[in-house]
Design a protein around this ligand. Structure first.
Ligand code: COA
Length: 425
């Protein structure tokens, strides 16, 4: 009898498709600076921020995750039954036990034969989820099925704290497959770095994160140095070899600091034959759209930066990029990928810009009201009546009898507006 396992050849693996969910409201960073009596340029130039995405009262990390995945399913036309694994990477858990992934599994109509889980590791959670999904997709167990990785997060700090201008919210869904058409990820080199530090954390009794801001930037840059040098020793590749470098970007200035660190490590202008400004302009600038428009989106930040690069629209098959993922606490990884044959279809066509144009700017009073709603909805008894629509197919209604309640339009049933309900006692 033939042993089929021994015949398994390891295929290429990576990202076959991507999709982003952008919340429907934003608050202006210039207005925040005015209200906080801070020179606006500190936030807009010093940090590089422009807008922060704010969750509305019926949005939460679950509805964002489902929205991102639905965009991906609608675009690719994949049969939800082909999905054999769903991993949600997040630090915005809605329950200490029940994963976001199992709510999303129901909302998307995935097959019961699908392994689901949430993965927590601050902003590194998305990359950890991607790695786990890739290992499964490349294994015989996947048998041609696909994995969904969703990153969904709300960056939420105390009012008037240094982190406040870097808040944001969004979700990004990745379709992870063997023989991917969008981005083939290198699986040979493993440049990871772990170090216990208290740079950013969120105790279970708090909605808002705590951050030792300047120390967190040092930790990020030291992890970048360690991962980059490890990767270089393993592969021989360096900054000059990468068409673009996609950094975890909690705020745009962080990408400047990260690029500066790599530029210095490589010996600067003389060694690289290019000014630091030019190197940044070509390699990093096209990745910054999401960080400017959404703010920090924690685990989704790296992949939102990748979507910004696709939306910039100048990529070609075969081009090599590097990605750096940093999660406070801390875990980090430097890895590379090459664009596949489908890249032309994604250039300037991720759906990101369209979603940005449909947003509404909110006032400071609404900003405060939406924050209050965000805090309320983690308490039993908060409840709103609302109906899902094709524009907002997933709604968080509140918590009754300690059960989270969602109303949603199941995929393919949007036209007759019949709703699914989750969480009714
Ligand atoms: N015009 C232009 N730039 C100005 C300015 C002005 N009027 N005033 C200050 N700046 C610059 C500063 O020089 C600094 O830039 P630099 O870092 O390039 O020197 C930047 O604006 C920020 O000023 P700073 O005084 O450092 O701000 P802060 O102490 O209020 O906090 C952070 C900055 C980043 C530490 C804070 O926003 C934070 O904690 N953010 C969250 C950190 C985070 O996300 N960590 C996770 C890492 S993954």
């Amino acid at each position: 009898m033939t042993n089929t396992r021994s015949l398994h050849t390891i295929p290429t693996v990576g990202i076959d498709a991507v999709s982003i969910f952008v919340p429907h409201h934003y608050f202006s960073i210039e207005e925040l600076a005015h209200i906080r009596n801070v020179d606006a340029e500190k936030f807009t130039v010093g940090l590089g921020c422009s807008k922060m995405a704010i969750l509305g009262p019926t949005e939460d990390p679950v509805t964002m995750a489902a929205g991102a995945a639905r965009g991906l399913i609608d675009r690719t036309g994949i049969d939800p039954r082909e999905v054999g694994m769903l991993i949600v990477g997040t630090e915005s858990a809605v329950d200490e036990s029940k994963p976001i992934a199992v709510y999303v599994h129901e909302m998307l109509g995935l097959s019961p034969r699908c392994r689901v889980m949430d993965l927590k590791n601050a902003c590194y959670a998305g990359t950890a989820a991607l790695r786990a999904a890739m290992a499964w997709a490349a294994s015989p167990a996947a048998a041609g099925r696909k994995a969904l990785v969703i990153t969904t997060d709300v960056a939420y700090y105390d009012l008037a704290s240094p982190g406040e201008p870097t808040q944001g919210a969004a979700a990004v869904a990745l379709l992870v497959t063997a023989n991917p058409q969008l981005l083939v990820i290198d699986t040979q080199a493993e440049a990871v770095y772990t170090r216990e530090v208290m740079d950013f954390w969120r105790p279970t009794y708090r909605n808002s994160a705590l951050v030792d801001g300047h120390f967190s930037l040092e930790c990020y840059l030291e992890s970048l140095r360690a991962c980059y040098q490890m990767h270089k020793e393993m592969t021989g590749l360096s900054l000059a070899d990468f068409r673009h470098v996609v950094f975890h970007t909690p705020f745009p200035k962080m990408a400047h600091k990260a690029h500066h660190r790599l530029f210095e490590l490589e010996g600067g202008r003389l060694a690289l034959g290019m000014s630091e400004e030019d190197s940044f302009h070509w390699k990093v600038e096209p990745t910054l759209g999401a960080a400017r428009e959404l703010g920090n989106v924690y685990a989704a930040s790296l992949f939102a930066a990748l979507i910004s690069l696709l939306e910039d629209g100048k990529l070609q098959a075969g081009q090599q990029i590097a990605l750096f993922s940093y999660g406070s606490g801390s875990s980090s990884e430097f890895f590379t990928g090459r664009f596949g044959p489908a890249i032309a279809a994604w250039n300037g066509n991720t759906g990101f810009s369209d979603q940005l144009t449909r947003r509404r700017r909110i006032s400071y009073e609404e900003y405060l009201f939406y924050r209050a709603a965000y805090e309320q909805r983690n308490r039993d008894g908060y409840f709103v009546e609302d109906q899902p629509t094709e524009e907002s197919p997933y709604l968080f209604l509140g918590i009754k009898n300690h059960r989270r309640q969602y109303a949603f339009l199941p995929p393919g049933r949007a036209a007759d507006a019949s709703t699914g309900v989750l969480g009714e006692p």
